[in-house]
Write a protein that binds this ligand. Structure first.
Ligand code: FAD
Ligand code: UDP
Length: 374
């Protein structure tokens, strides 16, 4: 008899498995895909760790989480600094003094602030009611038109006037020369790829890949005292209350016979006409070199297309709108009534977690679980 059967070998499942195993519990991990690591999975192609389910940059303000991941990987000094390409004009992201200088020729923070204020006043916005108004009041009309409007419409599939203001507030606006996309204290990419990081977390723990828990649920329930389920909560309940919705992304990945395609890990295409939102060139997450420090002759790029999710598509971003939040709340009630099952992670809790948040959440849950059993 197992103490815990863990469904899903993503970060939530892997952290849970590590913590419970280290506390002397008997655990088994099931994974329906043919590989571990969930959506942070990286696959080596031409010596490059390709981020198969989308680019992942580890960033956190939590010293506890940062110290924890150091146990399983060395992190490089990668800092995310995407470039925006608007019809061939290049701008620095997030919005900072380099962006303002390129856009307007301004040199000092005071000049940049005055330009933004002038455009905000001309637009007559006092209280921003939607994303368009919020964006203009943060950075002015020029930046909104060139760097925000087209990108956001492609990403969300609806006009900026119909999107909530808070989406754009995630992006830093700085009157300093600082191209770091995140405000986090710690940031980097695990040397050797994310798959290796998760492999190290799961060391000594039995994992069965290509195994769908839901296909043989009775059998698995019979061999474990408790289940930790990190798959979609609506699938667990057979979609009995209806489907939870997601936003989906399609990746078109290509190997190119050249050493350098775009000179940066991420380039956002911010005009409305280019069909993809951005291009990722994976080798730049590791400075263009392999683990022995050798330059790589080829490169791998992924074009990202944002799309409406349909049942059967890979679920990516939970849609935390009113309708889906209400439906999730009903599934959650069902989940709480399920004795001996813990629902966790991005799909189990239907929540847009960053990696550090998913790790923090699993660590906390494992601690509570062990305290309860003590
Ligand atoms: P998952 O990684 O989805 O793992 C769940 C696992 O359960 C999967 O492997 C799945 O196959 C398995 N499973 C499901 N059902 C079953 C079943 N019935 N039987 C067996 N196995 C099952 N975070 C950051 O911090 N930085 C970033 O830059 C970043 N970029 C992102 C980009 C994209 C496009 C996306 C979608 C997310 C990004 N994230 C980023 C978030 C990050 O991917 C998640 O926080 C993290 O992967 C969630 O881990 P998880 O274990 O909860 O879920
Ligand atoms: N955004 C934009 N132009 C860019 C990058 C981002 O307009 O070049 C907007 C867009 O609306 C996006 C939001 O800023 O949804 C938040 O960006 P972030 O990169 O945080 O989005 P994520 O892909 O992480 O959800």
């Amino acid at each position: 008899m197992l103490d815990y059967l863990i469904v899903g070998a993503g970060l939530y499942g892997a952290v849970m498995a590590r913590e419970l195993m280290d506390a002397g519990k008997r655990v088994l991990v099931l994974e329906k895909r043919d590989h571990i690591a969930g959506n942070v999975y990286t696959k080596k192609t031409e010596g490059i760790h390709v981020h198969v389910y989308g680019a992942h940059i580890f960033h956190t303000n939590s010293k506890e989480v940062w110290d924890y991941v150091q146990r399983f990987a060395v992190f490089n000094r990668f800092t995310n600094s995407p470039v925006a390409n608007w019809k061939g004009e290049l701008y620095s992201l997030p919005f900072n003094m380099y962006t303002f200088n390129k856009m307007w020729g301004v040199v000092t923070p005071a000049e940049a602030a005055a330009r933004i204020e002038q455009q905000r006043r001309a637009a007559g916005i006092t209280e921003p009611k939607n994303l368009e108004e919020q964006a203009i009041s943060l950075v002015g009309t020029d930046i909104y038109e060139k760097l925000i409007k087209g990108y956001t419409q492609k990403q969300w599939g609806r006009p900026c006037t119909e999107l909530p203001a808070f989406i754009i507030k995630r992006l830093p606006v700085r009157l300093t020369f600082d191209n770091n996309y995140f405000n986090a204290l710690y940031q980097g990419i695990p040397v050797g790829g994310y798959t290796k990081l998760v492999e190290n977390m799961l060391e000594g723990i039995e994992v069965r890949t290509c195994t769908d828990y839901l296909a043989e649920r009775e059998r698995w329930n019979g061999i474990a005292k408790k289940i930790i389920y990190t798959g979609p909560i609506d699938a667990y309940f057979g979609f009995s209350l209806g489907n939870l919705e997601y936003r989906s992304v399609r990746f078109e990945t290509e190997v190119l016979d050249m050493p350098n395609f775009q000179g940066n890990a991420a380039v956002n295409y911010t005009d409305a006409e280019t069909p993809w939102t951005r291009i990722i060139e994976h080798k730049w997450f590791e400075f263009g070199k392999d683990e022995e420090g050798r330059e790589l002759p080829k490169t791998v790029i992924s074009r990202e297309y944002s799309s409406e999710w349909r049942p059967g598509d890979e679920p990516y971003y939970p849609v935390n709108d009113e309708k889906n939040t209400a439906l999730y709340a009903r599934y959650r009630v069902l989940g709480e009534a399920e004795e001996n099952v813990i629902f966790g992670g991005r799909l189990g809790e239907y929540r847009y977690y960053d990696m550090d948040q998913v790790i923090a959440s699993a660590l906390e849950r494992a601690k509570a679980e062990l305290a309860e059993g003590a």
